[in-house]
Design a protein around this ligand. Structure first.
Ligand SMILES: NC(=O)c1ccc[n+]([C@@H]2O[C@H](COP(=O)([O-])OP(=O)(O)OC[C@H]3O[C@@H](n4cnc5c(N)ncnc54)[C@H](OP(=O)(O)O)[C@@H]3O)[C@@H](O)[C@H]2O)c1
Length: 260
């Protein structure tokens, strides 16, 4: 029996949607904002490549992967360039619509991020993770993104990178390691947005707001943040809205622009 025209059209549409699921690759997706990004993208039906340094130990991420067929886990330390290149090679031929550089570290408690007690060894690791890692990722995965439909490269930056955000207040903490690394990647991704515009690739410089995660607790602001769900819903909306007008802009989770 022939399928009624409406049912045939619906089946064709469903197949098209299933066949064309967009792909997101997320770094640091085993907890905090990264885990919630993986969860929300999986829930939206995206193909999620959730990366983490130590998947075997990541119970929450493993539970997510058991829940969603469209989520797979890959090992990735963003400060290890050989690992980045190896994953890019393994994923050759896989278009990546959104490359989401979420992994980040604070670099220690505020008392090792104040003048007189700056931990320079940690500073190097903070730069490797927060600034150099996302640049290396953009370079290694450029052709995967260029081959995709949406063509978006994003980094989760921080409002603490804003030069306007450095003023005395009861809540002010110097956080030299963290702030400097995030301002550095802001500039890197701003420049990237200009260089990649002719290829139709859009670059997101996205601040998540103040979010209740381990990093926030380490910074001494525990209890002052919003739920990861609310922040990530806003971040995903900002990625959806990423286009020629917003590429290379510094945007917070609610869609507002942050002063550099
Ligand atoms: N929470 C906030 O209020 C806030 C505000 C502004 C910006 N951010 C940014 O949001 C992002 C996520 O942070 P979060 O708040 O969710 O903190 P979090 O709970 O501490 O999570 C940080 C994530 O980054 C991963 N990571 C650290 N170093 C890595 C490396 N070398 N390679 C791969 N993954 C690595 C961690 O994995 P491990 O478990 O292996 O350490 C973890 O999954 C960071 O970039 C952070 O700077 C957070």
């Amino acid at each position: 029996m022939r399928m009624p025209i409406f049912a045939a059209a619906l089946a064709a549409t469903c197949w098209t949607v299933a066949a064309e699921a967009a792909t997101v690759l997320i770094t640091g997706s085993n907890r905090g904002i990264g885990l919630e990004l993986a969860r929300q993208y999986a829930d939206l039906g995206w193909d999620v490549i959730a990366t983490s340094r130590t998947p075997a130990d990541d119970d929450d991420l493993q539970a997510l992967s058991a829940q969603y067929d469209n989520l797979r886990i890959e090992v990735l330390d963003v400060s290890d360039h050989e690992q980045i290149d190896a994953l890019a090679k393994k994923l050759a031929g896989t278009p990546i619509d959104v490359l989401m550089n979420n992994a980040g570290i604070l670099g220690g408690a505020p008392d090792v991020q104040s003048i007189g007690s700056i931990d320079f060894a940690s500073m190097e690791q903070v730069y490797k993770t927060n600034a150099i890692g996302p640049m290396k990722m953009a370079e290694a995965f450029l052709e995967h993104v260029a081959a995709s439909k949406q063509k978006k490269i994003s980094v989760i930056t921080s409002g603490t990178a804003s030069l306007r955000n450095v003023q005395p207040s009861p809540f002010y903490k110097a956080l030299y390691l963290y702030r400097m690394s995030k301002t550095a990647i802001n500039m890197g991704y701003r420049a990237l947005s200009v260089e990649l515009a002719p290829r139709g690739i859009h670059v997101g410089i996205l601040a998540p707001g103040i979010v209740e995660t381990r990093l926030l607790q380490q910074a001494g602001y525990g209890g002052m943040g919003m739920a990861t769900e609310d922040s990530v819903t806003g971040v995903i909306r900002n990625i959806e809205n990423l286009g020629p007008e917003t590429s290379g802009q510094y945007i917070i989770y609610n869609g507002d622009t942050v002063p550099w």
